[in-house]
Design a protein around this ligand. Structure first.
Ligand code: THU
Length: 149
């Protein structure tokens, strides 16, 4: 995880906290159309954590993913730089059985606010079963605001 100020034990505890918060946030998902429920927990550079869930709409294109819901909530609270995000998703009524990796649009939105243009992305099925990526791995050669002069 991208934080120089914490030791390994603290980093592991933070990962577990983010995963648990993502799993909890998933319970708030509003997904009556896909029945696919996603939760996300986003770590800001000041240590704050912001959660989100997917919110669908009868006009399907108006739906919002959990990751973007978390980013928009955090930015609305004045946060602009994020170190890590945990995501957990799966069909309603069961624990996640697949890794719910962020969609392309969410990867781009995360890129906009990634501290140092990169962040840790944790994709969890459970507290003990997760993948860990860097955002730059999931979205290589990305486009960002620094390209617009
Ligand atoms: N979804 C997310 O919340 N995050 C993603 O990265 C991919 C998909 C949601 C959107 C929709 O409500 C449901 O999962 C099925 O696509």
């Amino acid at each position: 995880m991208r934080t120089d100020r914490v030791n390994t034990g603290e980093t592991d505890r933070m990962k577990q906290k983010l995963i648990q918060m993502a799993l909890d946030a998933r319970r708030g998902a509003y997904a009556p159309y896909s029945h696919y429920q996603v939760g996300a927990a986003l770590l800001a550079d000041d240590g704050g954590v912001f959660t989100g869930c997917n919110v669908e709409n009868a006009s399907y294109g108006a739906s919002c993913c959990a990751e973007r819901a978390a980013v928009f909530r955090a930015v609305g609270e004045g946060k602009r730089r994020f170190l890590a995000i945990a995501v957990a998703g799966g069909m309603e009524g069961r624990e996640p059985v697949e890794y719910a990796r962020p969609c392309g649009i969410c990867r781009q939105v995360l890129r906009e606010f990634a501290a140092g243009n990169d962040m840790t992305v944790i994709v969890a099925k459970s507290a003990g079963d997760y993948e860990e990526y860097s955002l730059s791995e999931l979205l290589p050669n990305s486009f960002g605001g620094e390209s617009i002069q």
